[in-house]
Design a protein around this ligand. Structure first.
Ligand code: SAH
Ligand code: SF4
Length: 394
């Protein structure tokens, strides 16, 4: 079989049709697969373009391919994205899709339009094992890793739905800041990055693709060696005791190791700085002392970085409060006075809970999905796709 060596990291949920989901194959893998069908490797490039640039949804529409190849594809391959459960549009243009990851799990993808770009925030896992207390995904627990096909499927779906004519790719930037810890699903994420960067795929430059991590040191190092893109690190605290509390992974990879990995990353990364994300939690990590400690931490580490201060997005049961705007401003000012670049992230899509850390595919949704499933019987997915509804949190 041409695809015998391809693993579940690449395709969609494995136990199904027996067809190879082409969304999950990098160009090299697709070449090998196409050659296995007895076709020339250059056909793979054409096919790759149909899949990712034209967003083709069926093989018969791929008119530059010979009919015999299209017929072979029909019997052996598929172009499968996760089904859409809901499609929300915010008053500020932000759009959020809730996708069915199977077995009652939902993941979310968010599109954020700006004047000069369109950023897609993708999920890499259903749930997350890191369990940061201020993050609603962390509260949800972990269900499973997404495959390369399921990650790329989010980008393809967004481009198609945002511009059905297919003339313009609406997604110009991709950030791995949705649900999950991308570097704990490394192989699948690397495959997705390769497809995003491929000139015959989405053709994005390394600077326009950002992986955000809570600090999985060994995989920061692997990413630097294998597929360097822009890196954002979720710092959230200027010392180990506080970071141990906020980002439990810190107990495994403490700050000194994390900052050393960041320094190493800068040697191969496409940018000459690391972005540090810092969620502002009232009375927890937002004092002037914390700001000064942060300055000395990165100064001593000799690390060129930028700070992105994120006002905490509250959700029920988090136990944290958002720092008042004045506190955030003073915190930013202290960093700036020490010569650092610090910006405060604008919150977008608040009315549809698309803001950072609210991407839970929350319990209400999951319960709803299960109930509807029971209603729908064994088929499960007799759910309205493209349903547009009001915000799902009460
Ligand atoms: N797991 C990765 C990427 C997904 S989270 C990471 O942690 O970096 C994307 C960003 O949103 C991270 O910086 C995360 O710390 C932040 N975040 C999580 N919950 C938040 C919340 N409730 N309010 C504001 N930011 C939050
Ligand atoms: Fe996971 Fe990131 Fe949320 Fe922490 S902040 S629980 S690492 S998704």
């Amino acid at each position: 079989m041409p695809n015998a060596q391809l693993t579940a990291a690449h395709s969609g949920a494995a136990k199904d049709s027996g067809l190879t989901n082409l969304l999950g194959l990098t160009r090299d893998e697709l070449e090998g697969w196409v050659e296995g069908l007895g076709e020339k490797a250059f056909r793979a490039r054409q096919l790759f373009k149909w899949v990712h640039q034209h967003g083709a949804t069926d093989f018969q529409a791929m008119t530059s391919l010979a009919k015999s190849l299209r017929d072979q594809l029909n019997g052996r391959a598929e172009l499968r994205e996760l089904p859409i459960l809901r499609d929300h549009q915010s008053v500020d243009g932000t759009r959020k899709w809730l996708l069915d990851a199977g077995q009652g799990n939902a993941i979310e993808t968010v599109y954020i339009p700006e004047d000069d770009r369109g950023t897609l925030c993708v999920s890499s896992q259903a749930g997350c094992t890191v369990a940061c207390g201020f993050c609603s995904t962390g509260h949800q627990g972990f269900a499973r890793n997404l495959s390369t096909a399921e990650i790329i499927g989010q980008v393809r779906m967004a481009n198609r739905l945002l511009d059905p004519s297919g003339r313009r790719a609406a997604v110009s930037n991709v950030v791995f800041m949705g649900m999950g810890e991308p570097l704990l699903n490394y192989e699948a994420v690397r495959g997705a990055l390769q497809i995003l960067l491929d000139d015959n795929g989405y053709g994005l430059s390394r600077r326009k693709v950002t992986v955000s991590t809570s600090g999985v040191v060994p995989f920061i190092e692997r990413l630097a060696a294998e597929c360097p893109v822009a890196l954002a690190v979720s710092l959230h605290a200027p010392n180990d005791p506080l970071r141990d509390r906020l980002v439990p992974l810190n107990k495994k990879y403490p700050l000194a190791e994390l900052l050393a990995a960041c320094r190493l990353y800068l040697r191969s990364g496409p940018r000459d700085f690391i972005t540090f994300e810092y969620v502002m939690l009232e009375g927890v990590n937002d004092s002037q002392d914390h700001a000064r400690e942060l300055v000395s931490l990165v100064t001593q580490a000799k690390l060129y970085c930028k700070f992105n201060l994120i006002p905490f997005n509250p959700f029920p049961a988090s136990g944290f409060r958002r720092s008042p705007a004045e506190r955030v401003r003073q915190f930013a000012q202290t960093l700036q006075a020490a010569g650092m670049v610090a910006t405060v992230r604008k919150t977008r899509g608040d009315d549809i809970d698309a803001a950072c850390g609210q991407l839970a595919g929350d319990i209400q949704d999951r319960t709803l999905i299960r109930l509807r499933r029971l209603d729908a019987g064994a088929e499960g997915l007799a759910l309205g796709s493209h349903e547009t509804s009001s915000p799902h949190h009460a």
